[in-house]
Ligand binder design. Structure first.
Ligand SMILES: NC(=O)c1ccc[n+]([C@@H]2O[C@H](COP(=O)([O-])OP(=O)(O)OC[C@H]3O[C@@H](n4cnc5c(N)ncnc54)[C@H](O)[C@@H]3O)[C@@H](O)[C@H]2O)c1
Length: 366
């Protein structure tokens, strides 16, 4: 198969869809790999690294899309890329369709085969291609939250770890999944008091078993959330309803209940956010303030640490990309039930039910 690796053009996105190590494996399996010139520079991989691994470097993104049967990338295509996508071309990347009707309609129109990293699901119901980026984002959420809690950054002026004689800051984590647990672990490591919430008792039991005593669990419901937001300095949004819009656990009226300078890092922004007032921001302009509450909601957080993120991502995507290249998408999805779950739109037809539900569409678009 001919595999193309374009340079990511989303704002401040420096990750790349495949490392030279991935290219090496593809070429070893007799596939041809085109890499757009400088596609990997932001992650520390240069043209000559790719060439040594067996890739052919192309000058433009247009050439990569035009000459490849499968595109492997990181973020969803942005508007400038829509028309480059060809009928029947495999796109293997993050899409997060449920949060963008415009993207969904564009992909239906282009008639590509869209396999979304975020819905590939293994037998245990976990999402293996979301996990590493959630690990990065969860850990980073505390780093960012701690920064914006500083007074010059518009926060409350609280040091998360406290100091002897002064109580530590309080972190409220919504969702005890991958993001939530990684965030809780980092916050606990800094010495903060952490409350972590979920509706899944299994997750709360797990957290209770593995975390130190200054990480406490609470069941997630509106009553408890309203009570806890009044006393916590930093709130991390890490909830997920697979393939669907995140529920608004914090509504606009609740902001008034929080203390001025409270910081919300809504990691779930890529699924619409779990805070009503969340809107996507960028690394260039990451925060905005509503009712004296600082909102940080960068939709591609791992993009800020591309060196770590690219390797973490390609560690898990490569085996699936190889399967797609070796067998073709139909046979690969037939053989691998996890990969099949990644099929979202196939040649103009939405095949992932939650997308249809997210937009209130009544029937599958044919
Ligand atoms: N902004 C970014 O850069 C970035 C990066 C990685 C992941 N994400 C997003 O972060 C979110 C979380 O990802 P994850 O991998 O941790 O998912 P996950 O499935 O591991 O965890 C989600 C958790 O939310 C819980 N949940 C569901 N409804 C809830 C509710 N009402 N109250 C409390 N908890 C509830 C689930 O039970 C689950 O434990 C996703 O939307 C993901 O796309 C964003």
């Amino acid at each position: 198969m001919i595999v193309g690796i374009p340079k990511e053009i989303k704002n401040n996105e420096s990750r790349v869809g495949m490392t030279p190590a991935g290219v090496f494996e593809m070429v070893k399996n007799n596939h041809k790999v085109y890499v757009q010139s400088e596609a990997g520079e932001g992650s520390g991989f240069f043209n000559q690294d790719y060439q040594q691994a067996g890739a052919i470097i192309l000058d433009t993104i247009g050439q990569v899309y035009a000459m490849s049967e499968m595109i492997v990338k990181v973020k969803e295509p942005i508007a400038e890329e829509y028309d480059l996508i060809q009928e029947g071309q495999i796109l293997f990347t993050y899409f997060h369709f449920a949060s963008s009707e415009a993207l969904t309609k564009a992909m239906i129109k282009q008639k590509a085969v869209c396999i979304a990293y975020e819905t590939v699901e293994d037998e245990e119901g976990t999402l293996p291609l979301l996990t590493p980026m959630s690990e990065v984002a969860g850990r980073m959420a505390i780093q960012q939250g701690a920064k914006y809690l500083e007074k010059p950054a518009k926060g409350r002026g609280v040091l998360l770890g406290g100091v002897p004689g002064v109580a530590p800051g309080k972190v409220l984590v919504l969702g005890a999944g991958v993001v939530g647990v990684q965030a809780a672990k980092m916050a606990a490591g800094l010495g903060a008091h952490v409350t972590i919430m979920d509706i899944n008792m299994k997750r709360l039991r797990y957290v209770n078993d593995v975390m130190p005593p200054h990480v406490v669990t609470e069941f997630s419901n509106e009553f408890n959330i309203r009570r806890l937001i009044k006393t916590h300095d930093l709130i991390i949004g890490g909830v997920l309803l697979k393939g669907a819009k995140a529920p608004n656990l914090i509504t606009r009226d609740m902001l008034k209940e929080m203390r001025p300078g409270t910081v919300i890092v809504d990691v779930a922004v890529d699924q619409g956010g779990c805070v009503e007032t969340t809107r996507p921001t960028t690394h260039e302009d990451p925060i905005y303030i509503i009712d004296d509450v600082v909102h940080y909601s960068v939709a591609n957080m791992p993009g800020a640490v591309p060196y770590t993120s690219t390797m973490a991502l390609t560690n898990v995507t490569l085996s699936y990309a190889l399967k797609l290249a070796n067998l073709g998408w139909e046979a690969a999805c037939e053989k691998d039930a996890s990969l099949k779950k990644g099929l979202n739109i196939v040649k103009g037809e939405v095949v992932y039910q939650e997308i249809i539900e997210a937009f209130g569409w009544e029937e599958v678009i044919a």
